[in-house]
Each structure stands twice: as C-alpha cells, then as structure tokens.
Ligand binder design. Structure first.
Ligand code: ZN
Length: 432
C-alpha cells in the first residue's frame, strides 16, 4: 500500500509525506514527490466508540414492512419525550426483538461506523428476563463477521433492575448465567444502578457489579448519576468506596478499566467535591474513566423538573477527565458543539477533543494504544489509521448561461480543522 502526499498530525502541517506499507510494516516514510498543488490528505488516529448500544440503533427509523423476522417499532415514537417514556418504550421494543432484526440493525450500525472511521467500539447488549441471550448471540455473530474491520468489545448490560421489582432476581441470574456460558465472548459487565427503586438497592447493584466483574476478570461499565438533581445521592462515591473495599487494583488484571457513563450529576457538584473525588481516584490508582455522551446528556439537561434547580448547568468541570463519544461527534456540527459545550476554543482543546474520540476513548475501554508518533516510524507494525481527504475545488450550480461555478475548497491540514469542521463521511476512510 502506498499513501502519497499525506500530512501527519505530529509533524508540521507544511510537510507532506509518502508512506509505503508492506507485510503490515511501515517500510518507508519520505518527503513527498507529489505535485505541491495537489490536494493532500491528513492521516490521524482512528476513531473509537466507547459507548454504543448494539441492540438499539435504528429502532424508530428501520423503515421496512413488518414481518415475523423484522418487527415494526413505529408505534413507539416518543409522545412526551420524557426519560420515563423512553425507558418504557425500550422495554416494549425489547419484547419484539428477533435474531434477524438484531443482526440487521447491528450490522448497519457497524458498517456505518466503519465508514465513518471507527475501528473499535464497546457494544452494549441488554440481557434480562425479556431478552434472554438473544442480543448477546447477535452481538457475538456481528463481532466475528466484522472482526477484520472493527474491534468490538461486548458489554453484557443490565439496563433493568437486578435487585428491585419482581424481575430483579431473574434479570440478575440471566446475566450471571450468560457470563458463565459465554465467558470467552463477553469483555465487559455493565449495569444501571439508578434504575433500582431505592438508593439502597442502587448500592447493592454497584456492589454486585464490582464483585461479578472481578470474579469474571471483566471490564466494568456503569450508567450512573444521569440526573441534575442536587438532592439525589451521588453514586460515584459508593463506586469508588466499593472498588477500594473489593480491592479492584489488586485482584483484577491492570488492563481492565472501569467506565462511568453519562454522570450529568457531576455538573451540580461544587469544585471542592470534584477535587476530593479526583484525589480519591488518584490515591487508589483506580483505572476509572468518565465517558460523556453530549447529545443524550444535553437532552436530559434541557428538561428541568420542579425539583431541579440547575437545569442548564455548565458542563465545565468534567471535560478534562471525560471522553466525548464519537456517536455525538460524527455529525458535521458536533465538533463545534463540543467546543461550545465545553468552552473549548483553543488549538490544544481541539486536539484534546479529538483524542476523546480516538486514543483516550481506546484507553478508557482498556484497548492497547500504540502512540501515533511511534506508529509512524519506519519499521513499525502498521495499524489502521484514519485518512481525511481534501478536495481541490467545490462545484456548485452556476447561474443559467454561465460556465461552471467552482470555488477553491478550504484544505484541512491539522486536527483543529478536522474537529472544528468535520469532513463528510465520503472524505474519510480507514487505511490499513
Ligand atoms: Zn448507554
């Protein structure tokens, strides 16, 4: 494989390079021979989805005639748009899952993600008394079928209560059995402590998840503190305490990480409490990461209830510890959204935002991370990278009777250009 006239993010954006790869090794890296006027491409680390639900995509937009194999979900379109309604509709949707439906929607998600430059992801699949292991079995097939394109980590996920309600015990035993029966295929245990009916059960859920993840040597992933209610309990605290009590760092392989997703409650914390939490995580050397999902989190934050006193709290503090997920970044305006949302307007911020959907996201979910700089040394083993192409001119419709109307296209030559103006999907591809 030859890549000509590329810009490398770690080198000057004036420099252009020709790379030659054979036998999966970068054989040569030389100053380009290409015409200086030709549009260059920029080569970046590939994207990583640290949080995506493999059984959920396209439920409301799958748009095909209902059949035994492919259910219709259109009646589940939101009416009130509330979080409670979303949870109730999700439960109804799960009752309709079929193997063919899960595989089709999952494969559409994986193919689309790959085309957008994603080469790794953590895929959540719900396991409970309704779904049984159906979503897990679809995920295992998808993981195998896409293994040459995307590295998929499967997260066995308890979206529903595992202690409260009449189904708690059954939900818990469904997950525990799946962890035993499909041990080799499951990488992560995920749970949602806030869905339990009391704070006491939420803490039991956290305790169970930590013990079970340790027992199976799995990564751990919580959906947690997804509210802006400053009077609600802050469940990150028992997570940190119980990880210590169960001696996570001593009993689990160093490569295994703990992720806390959403956690919008962080924005209600005073700085002092944030600093105390950060120092407690550092003191225990916990491999703990926060993953923000800006579009869904903003949706929640924009819906104050009577109890919420800070409905539009400023999400400033979490930014530097957070991963910003690629699902939210991929739409053209979302890079700018990140800049505005996190008041992140400098070039360094742009680079940090990009790392949140690439190298930092990989690190958060415990995937090996070869430094981009090391990867681009002659003799290094080649790993897939993201190529952003530039076009020379943009063509638009001319006035009637006028010749072609062409405008010189702006060139993306650095990470800030890619983050502040994400390219269309057709201008990105994974190479290698
Ligand atoms: Zn989620």
């Amino acid at each position: 494989m030859k890549l000509q006239n590329v810009i490398l993010a770690t080198e000057s954006s004036d420099a252009r390079w020709d790379l030659e790869v054979s036998d999966s090794v970068l054989q040569t890296k030389e100053a380009t021979n290409a015409d200086r006027g030709a549009p260059s491409s920029i080569l970046l680390p590939p994207l990583c989805h640290p949080h995506i639900h493999l059984d959920k995509p396209y439920i409301l937009t799958c748009n095909h005639a209902p059949s035994d194999r492919h259910p219709d979900y259109t009646d589940l379109a939101p009416q009130s748009g509330s979080f409670g309604e979303a949870l109730a509709s999700t439960s109804k949707a799960k009752e309709r899952y079929t193997a063919e439906d899960l595989y089709l929607r999952g494969s559409q998600l994986l193919a689309t993600s790959y085309q957008q430059g994603v080469t790794s992801m953590r895929a959540f699949v719900e396991l409970d008394h309704v779904t049984g292991t159906l979503p897990l079995q679809a995920a295992i097939r998808l993981k195998q079928d896409f293994s040459h394109l995307v590295q998929v980590q499967i997260c066995a996920f308890a979206q529903d209560p595992v202690f409260s309600t009449g189904h708690g015990e059954e939900n818990r035993s469904t997950i525990e059995k799946a962890l035993r029966d499909f041990d080799c295929s499951i990488d992560v245990l995920g749970s949602t402590p806030y869905v339990e009916q009391s704070e006491q059960d939420s803490v039991k859920n956290i305790d169970w998840a930590i013990r079970t993840a340790i027992e199976h040597g799995a990564h751990l992933d919580f959906h947690l503190d997804y509210n802006l209610d400053s009077s609600a309990g802050f469940l990150v605290e028992p997570v940190i305490r119980l990880l210590g009590e169960h001696q996570w760092t001593r009993r689990v392989d160093k490569s295994k990480t703990i992720v806390i997703g959403h956690c919008t409650h962080l924005t209600t914390l005073p700085s002092r409490k944030m600093l105390d939490m950060a120092s407690s995580i550092r003191q225990q050397k916990l491999p703990l990461h926060f993953v923000g999902l800006p579009t869904s989190d903003l949706f929640m934050m924009g819906r104050p209830t009577e109890k919420q006193t800070t409905p539009h709290a400023r999400p400033e503090a979490p930014f530097r510890q957070c991963i910003y997920t690629v699902r939210d970044w991929r739409s053209p305006a979302a890079g700018l959204l990140g800049g505005g949302l996190y008041q992140a307007g400098t070039v360094d911020d742009a680079e940090l935002l990009f790392s949140c959907v690439s190298s930092r996201a990989r690190e958060a979910i415990g995937l090996s991370n070869v430094g981009y700089e090391d990867l681009l040394k002659e003799g290094s083993e080649w790993r897939p990278l993201l190529l952003i192409e530039n076009i020379k001119r943009m063509s638009v419709r001319p006035k009637p009777g006028y010749p072609d109307f062409e405008i010189p296209a702006r060139q993306r030559v650095s990470i800030k250009d890619v983050v502040w103006d994400p390219p269309e999907v057709s201008l990105r591809s994974v190479v290698g």
